[in-house]
Structures are given as structure tokens and as C-alpha cells.
Design a protein around this ligand. Sequence first.
Ligand SMILES: CC(C)(COP(=O)(O)OP(=O)(O)OC[C@H]1O[C@@H](n2cnc3c(N)ncnc32)[C@H](O)[C@@H]1OP(=O)(O)O)[C@@H](O)C(=O)NCCC(=O)NCCS
Length: 219
Amino acid sequence: MYYFIEPMTEDDIPEVQQIESQSFTTPWSANTYKREIRNAASCRYLVARGSTTPPPPRAGGGGSPRRLGIIGQIAAALFPSAPGAAPSCPAIGYGGLWLTVDDAHVTTIAVDPQYRGFGVGELLLNGLIDAAYELRAKMLTLEVRVSNASAQRLYIKYGFQPAGTRPRYYTDNGEDALIMWTEAIDTPEYQARLSELRRLLYARLQRQVADKRPAVRVS
Ligand SMILES: CC(C)(COP(=O)(O)OP(=O)(O)OC[C@H]1O[C@@H](n2cnc3c(N)ncnc32)[C@H](O)[C@@H]1OP(=O)(O)O)[C@@H](O)C(=O)NCCC(=O)NCCS
């Protein structure tokens, strides 16, 4: 299975809500997604798709270099987005962020349970980090349930560190939120770390294609 990311459109909302209902207890309404998607000045929402064949090349023959410099070029090489992809490719994950002043706040990220553990969450987080560069954010932040160890591990891998809690933040069960922040993302150190993580992720995704690993979890 080949995985790639695209900007979320309003047509994706039903599929996104399907994944969301399997991932979160307090889902957003379709109108909330529409509002977010339309707020292009400070929001970015992405979907991940899976395809059994390589996604078509980026429109314009591989894509023009983005103004993100080296990070954008690495991302373009490793994670080709496919604006012209076949409409039949299902959405298997999604994520989004807001820019608040100088910081990008990851608002949501989720992968269809059948596709978890194959690098799709990591691919989406990379897309969100690229979006943060595009919006010229200085750092990234998010809240995550204190019990959500798998998501925290993903965030720590990408340089997020715990920075306090919001008591009883989640209204469904009164659970605390852990607040996490990255360091400044425009430093050579962070960019070098990101490049290395992307190299490893790319190798993992390539291996999965070469091994013909099952496209979905079989157990
Ligand atoms: C969190 C989530 C998005 C991860 O997506 P995924 O596609 O399964 O994750 P990946 O396969 O890309 O894994 C990337 C990293 O995440 C962490 N991770 C993912 N699943 C994990 C698990 N079951 N246990 C521990 N760490 C895990 C690891 O650090 C992993 O890297 P590694 O394999 O090198 O150790 C997914 O589990 C999900 O949708 N969860 C429900 C929604 C949710 O909790 N979202 C976060 C809200 S704050």
C-alpha cells in the first residue's frame, strides 16, 4: 500500500467523520470541519490516503520547490502529495492545525484503526509540521489525554515535550490533558532531527511496499 497526503476538502468530511467516530468520543460536526477548512489564513487540514498503486506524480511534473527551503524539498521528495489522485483512494487518516499568533496548535490527528501501525500517523504529523513551516509558526503545541501513551510516543519522537497539564480538560470523562510543545522548529538542530526522522519513515514505508505487507491489520 502506498500512502500519501492531500489537503482536506469538504468532500472528505463524511470519511473523516467516519474515522473520527472510531477514534474520539466527542466528534466535531460537519460544520466545524467546513469552518476550519475555509479558514485558509490560519488553519491547515490534511487527509492521508492509501493506494495499491503508486500515486500519480504531483501536478506540474513533480512540484515546484516550495518556499520551505530544504525541509519542503525533503518532504516533497519523500511524501509526494497527489492532487490528481484517483478519487477512489479512501481517506484513512486526517489531521489539522491552527496558527495562534506564532505557534501552530495541532487540533486533531487520527488514523483509521485498520491502518494504524503502518506509519500513517507519522506521515500526517510530518504533513502538519510542513504546514506549520508554511504558516511561519515558530513552535508546535498540542493537548493529549494523559492516558494516550501511543500518541504521546509519536509526539515525543518529533520533539514534543510535556509542559504541564490542563486538569479535567476532556468533558467526556474528566481526564486531564497533557500540554506538549516542541522547541523552535526553525533551528538547524530541529531541522536535522526532522530530516533524519523523515529518512527513517521513508525507508519504513518503502520496505512495507517492497515486502507487500498487508494493507490493513489482519489481527
Ligand atoms: C496516534 C495515532 C494517530 C498514531 O497513528 P499510527 O498510524 O498508528 O502511528 P504510526 O504507525 O505512524 O506510528 C508512529 C509512532 O507513533 C507511536 N506509536 C504509534 N502506535 C503506538 C502504539 N500502539 N504503542 C506505542 N507507540 C505507538 C510510536 O512512536 C511510533 O513510532 P515507532 O513505530 O518508531 O515506535 C493513532 O494511534 C490514532 O489514530 N489514535 C486514535 C486517535 C488519537 O488518539 N489521536 C491523538 C489525539 S491527541
